[in-house]
Design a protein around this ligand. Structure first.
Ligand code: UDP
Length: 248
């Protein structure tokens, strides 16, 4: 459906935000099950460090670059992303907007207790007509009986679209392991902390930070604990330059 751009082994789509929503809607109409993943450079670096993760990440039908590091890598490698960064949180919201005029139903999985409920309330108010028919928090054992119960709950809801917001790469692993058991779900979206954003729990960076490609920096100031995770960024960046110099 769209051209692919290979960034250090991850097969991204070269697609815009509206293009991603349109693609997801067409999968939904076809009734074919599809997943959306939105990796940033931290996840690509995780794949490089643990290659068994490539199968999980590349299993999604739609993969968009949700990070300035991946977009920069595209430039370095000579395969630029025409549309730049595509933020998962925005794809998720635009999809809700598109679904509001349809009969398709949605289920939210993830976040701390109460967060998904607040997200449902906020989005239902903002996009009247959207049918978010169920939700549950993301703090459960991701295998065994507890996991079976969650699958059962989602299946019983009959939801067509599932937002999976468990943090990366746990959410991608969960989708990879469980998608075939989700009998009615056609679309699965791995969207990290998006429910926190929709609920108003966590504010997104001001537009000026987003426009300057500094959203990561804003998140770091707000939550200095992220520093450990962000140490992978220079590793990814310099590794990509080395990859370019030695492989071509
Ligand atoms: N989370 C969850 N279950 C877990 C661990 C985390 O539902 O077992 C949620 C957490 O509450 C948060 C989201 O996953 O809402 C992760 O957010 P973050 O911004 O860290 O996402 P990432 O950057 O990993 O995509």
């Amino acid at each position: 459906m769209s051209d692919r751009i290979n960034i250090r082994g991850v097969n991204f789509c070269s697609i815009s935000l509206p293009g991603a929503v349109e693609t997801l809607m067409s999968y939904l109409k076809e009734g074919k099950q599809a997943a959306l993943y939105t990796p940033n450079s931290e996840i690509v670096q995780m794949c490089i460090d643990s290659p068994e993760l490539y199968d999980v990440i590349n299993s999604a039908e739609v993969i968009v670059p949700d990070g300035i590091g991946v977009v920069k890598a595209g430039k370095i490698l000579g395969t630029p992303f025409e549309h730049g960064k595509v933020a998962g949180i925005e794809v998720g919201e635009k999809l809700i907007e598109a679904l509001a005029g349809t009969d398709y139903t949605v289920f939210f999985l993830g976040g701390k207790p109460g967060v998904a409920e607040a997200a449902v309330e906020k989005l239902s108010e903002k996009y009247p007509g959207v049918k978010i028919i169920g939700c549950t928090d993301g703090y459960f054992k991701k295998e065994g009986a507890e996991n079976d119960k969650i699958i059962e709950k989602i299946n019983e809801s009959g939801a067509d679209v599932l937002y999976v917001c468990l943090g990366a790469p746990a959410q991608e692993k969960w989708i990879f392991a469980n998608r075939s058991r989700l009998t009615n779900v056609k679309l699965l979206l791995a969207l990290g902390g998006s429910l926190d954003g929709y609920s108003g729990n966590v504010k997104r960076a001001p537009k000026v930070f987003i426009d300057l490609g500094l959203e990561w920096f804003y998140r770091l100031i707000c939550d200095p604990k992220r520093i450990g995770r962000m140490m992978s960024l220079p590793k990814f960046y310099f590794g990509t330059i080395k990859h370019k110099l030695t492989n071509k």
